[in-house]
Structure formats: structure tokens, C-alpha cells
Unconditional design. Structure first.
Length: 431
């Protein structure tokens, strides 16, 4: 049974353990049930073996036997299958304590890769990641967004160029290694099946199947289908809300995160919920979204068409106000005591504290602050915000922990790639 995941799956929920289901064309016989159970058992053993190598990076058959309830012959059979699928490789022999030297096996993180793409009004960020979530490459492309065939042609050509450049660097590295080892590497084309998919991190709400943007007020692309990309790229394609992409990096790079509310403060506000170490989007992919929660009835106009939304008070424009500077200049002047920036920042913290308080009334967990604005908060700024949140909390015994995001570079773009990486790893390790 192949361990390779079906790349056409589009569910955004965490992948569950693969199961072999009985035929729906007739009643299950004793033989069918026995075969189903046998295949499921085989798959479970292979998943446990791969999970060991994925977690420990390498190990011998004997190492695996100590951790996985499988006999050495079964382990050897499954290692051969995983090796054929390119997920593991032999890496020499270990020191023997008597008898034959144990063969060592190692997981290959680059066996599969995924690409994340963030689409903005004036360009795209592209990021490739391997099965360990390691960033393999990143680039920014200047390309004005427009809903035209010309744009999709250009965008998809740039994505293909990015993947081909990554393959070229890989071939050069292999050729160098072959030369070092005294061998010769023949010409080889990049194996496209290694690309799990291209996930587009978008500034807007996305349909549950990831096929359509259901609200795209920022770029004016409400109703946009992923089809223009999918028709031009030979890989699975899917849309993902940029806040959910960013939140995925929180749990990937910090496994201690269990339950949290993520608030991303950029040009616009984004938010996401983490429960039990996973980003939870809800049935309509709107769980935890606070950016269009009414903060001030009848207040400032928001790009969504309503008034008084959180985004109208906690966006980059709301912070900078009449300061006439960019974020770096604003925070330099703020920390130097500039009166205008201090006043604007105090107003901003008041709105942000009220937003956090409102959300914690529904979901009482720690809060992770990320994005280009929170990145510039000093420790004193974080304390001032925490004090405001505590002052607004009607329950004096409540505790609130505010902390900064993992702040990975190109966070939303990398998080989009992790969407496919997480799904593949879960399906093939039984997590």
C-alpha cells in the first residue's frame, strides 16, 4: 500500500488516520472484513515506523524495534517500502557491539515540498518548505494584482519559475556531492509529484473547501475561484485565510502552544483560534475572526462597508493617524516621547485592549500578538497593554498572558506551505 497522500484532498481540517473502508456495493463478508483489518494494521505499523524516523530523524531497525511494537522482519519490510517511496534513505552502518553492523536509516525532509504564496495588491511572496517545515527558498515578486487572464498567466509563470529554480539549486547540490564522492550524476528532471501543492494565503474569507474567496473586501476579489490558478499549475491549489496561515506557524514552531487566541496586527487586523495545538477554523472558516466585530457602534467606516469595526481602530492606518510617518519612524518617535505618537498609541492600546477583553469573554485563553505592529512593541508596551486588559476584566481573579508571536519571517506565506506539509505528515505518520 502506498504511503503517498492523495494530493487532491482539499479539506482544511487536520488529517485523520487513513482507514481502509469496506466496499459500499454489497454486504461485507468475513473475508472482506479480514482483508480490511489486515490492510489497516499494515498501514498503522508503517505509520508508526515512519513517525519514529520523522521524530528521531534517524535510527536502525533495532532502534525502531525498541519503540514500535513490530518484529524485525516487519520493520525491514516497511523500511523497504518507505525507501522505495523516497521518504527514507540508508546512511551507513552503526558501530557493532557484536555481529553484523546495524544499518542506519534517515528520514528525508526534502522528499516532499509545498509552496506558499501570499497575494497582495502590488506583488506576491513565495516560499517553499520541506517536511520539517524548514524554509527552503523565498522570493518577492512585483506584480500588480488584477482579476485578468494576463495576471494569472504571469503569476503562475512566476510560481513555476520559483519551483524550477529550487529544483536547479537541488541538482547543483547533488552534482557537487556526486563529484565529491567521485561519481557522476546524470541529467534528471525535477519530480513534480514531490510538490504536495500550492497554497495561496489571501486577505479574505475562504469557503470551507478552499476553492473560493467568499469575502475579499481588501483586494476586491469576492467570489474569486482558485480555478484560474489550478488550471495553469500542475499541482493541487487551495486558498487559505492569511491569519490561519500565520497561526499555523505558532503551533508548528512552538509545540507548547495548546490553547490560544492569535491577533495579527498588520495593514489590516487578522485573528485565529488555536485549540489543543491545532488551528480551529470552524465549519464556515470564521472561528475567532474579530476584525469585523463591532467595537464602537456608529464609529469609523470600515472597508467591509460597516462602521465601528475592530479593523477601523486597530489597523496600521488607525495607529499612524496624522503622525505622517511609517511604522519604524512612529515607534522611534513614540519611544522618544513624541506627544502626537504617544496620544495615538494610547488610543490604539485602548481599542486593542477592549478587543482582547471582548474575545476573552468568549474564549478565555492566552493571547498571541503578531504582525508588523506587534513586532515593534517593546516590553514596556506589552506591559501597558496587559495592564489595560486587566483593568477591563470584570473578574479580578482572571489571569491573562500576552506574548509575542514566533514571528517567523514571511509568516503567513510559510504557514500556507505548512498547510500541505501538516496534512501529508499527519496522514503518513498516523498523527
Amino acid at each position: 500500500m502506498s504511503m503517498a497522500m492523495n494530493n487532491q484532498t482539499t479539506s482544511t481540517r487536520p488529517a485523520s488516520r487513513t482507514r481502509t473502508m469496506p466496499s459500499q456495493t454489497g454486504p461485507m463478508t468475513a473475508a472482506t472484513a479480514s482483508t480490511s483489518k489486515s490492510e489497516t494494521t499494515k498501514l498503522a505499523k508503517r505509520q508508526m515506523i515512519l513517525d519514529y524516523l520523522y521524530t528521531h530523524k534517524k535510527g536502525s531497525r533495532q532502534d525502531i524495534a525498541l519503540a514500535v511494537p513490530c518484529s524485525l522482519p516487519i520493520i525491514a519490510q516497511n523500511l523497504a517500502v518507505l525507501e522505495d517511496e523516497g521518504l527514507i534513505q540508508r546512511t551507513g552502518f552503526l558501530t557493532s557491539t557484536g555481529g553484523r553492523k546495524p544499518q542506519n536509516y534517515a528520514f528525508i525532509p526534502e522528499a516532499r515540498i509545498a509552496v506558499g504564496v501570499s497575494v497582495f495588491s502590488d506583488g506576491m511572496d513565495l516560499c517553499a518548505a520541506d517536511l520539517n517545515g524548514r524554509r527552503l527558498a523565498f522570493t518577492h515578486v512585483r506584480l500588480a494584482y488584477e482579476n485578468t487572464a494576463r495576471f494569472y498567466d504571469a503569476a503562475c509563470n512566476k510560481i513555476e519559475d520559483f519551483i524550477n529554480a529550487l529544483a536547479g539549486r537541488e541538482r547543483e547540490a547533488l552534482a557537487g556531492q556526486a563529484q565529491t564522492d567521485g561519481g557522476v550524476m546524470g541529467p534528471a528532471d525535477f519530480d513534480r509529484h514531490r510538490v504536495l501543492g500550492v497554497a495561496f494565503s489571501v486577505q479574505g474569507r475562504v469557503s470551507p473547501d478552499g476553492e473560493q474567496i467568499t469575502f475579499g473586501g481588501i483586494l476586491g476579489n469576492t467570489g474569486l475561484s482558485v480555478a484560474p490558478f489550478a488550471a495553469r499549475l500542475p499541482y493541487p491549489c487551495q486558498f487559505i485565510h492569511d491569519s490561519y496561515s500565520a497561526a499555523s506557524t505558532e503551533v508548528w514552531f512552538d509545540p507548547t502552544v495548546s490553547d490560544a487566541y492569535c491577533l495579527y496586527l498588520n495593514e489590516h487586523v487578522g485573528s485565529a483560534v488555536i485549540v489543543d495545538g491545532r488551528v480551529r477554523q470552524g465549519t464556515d472558516l470564521r472561528s475567532g475572526n474579530c476584525e469585523h466585530m463591532r467595537l464602537v457602534p456608529g464609529g469609523r467606516a470600515c472597508y467591509c462597508g460597516q462602521r465601528g469595526c475592530v479593523d477601523a481602530y486597530c489597523s496600521r492606518e488607525a495607529l499612524l493617524g496624522e503622525s505622517g510617518t511609517d511604522l519604524d519612524g512612529f515607534f522611534d518617535r513614540l519611544h522618544a516621547g513624541d506627544e502626537t505618537c504617544v496620544r495615538l498609541f494610547n488610543d490604539y492600546l485602548d481599542a486593542l485592549a477592549q478587543t482582547i477583553t471582548n474575545m476573552r469573554m468568549v474564549f478565555s485563553v492566552d493571547v498571541i500578538l503578531g504582525g508588523e505592529i506587534a513586532r515593534r512593541f517593546s516590553e514596556a508596551d506589552m506591559r501597558r497593554l496587559a495592564d489595560r486588559v486587566r483593568a477591563l476584566d470584570p473578574f479580578p481573579e482572571s489571569t491573562v498572558q500576552l506574548r509575542k508571536s514566533v514571528d517567523e519571517a514571511e509568516q503567513s506565506t510559510l504557514g500556507a506551505a505548512l498547510h500541505y506539509i501538516r496534512r501529508f505528515v499527519d496522514a503518513n505518520t498516523g498523527r
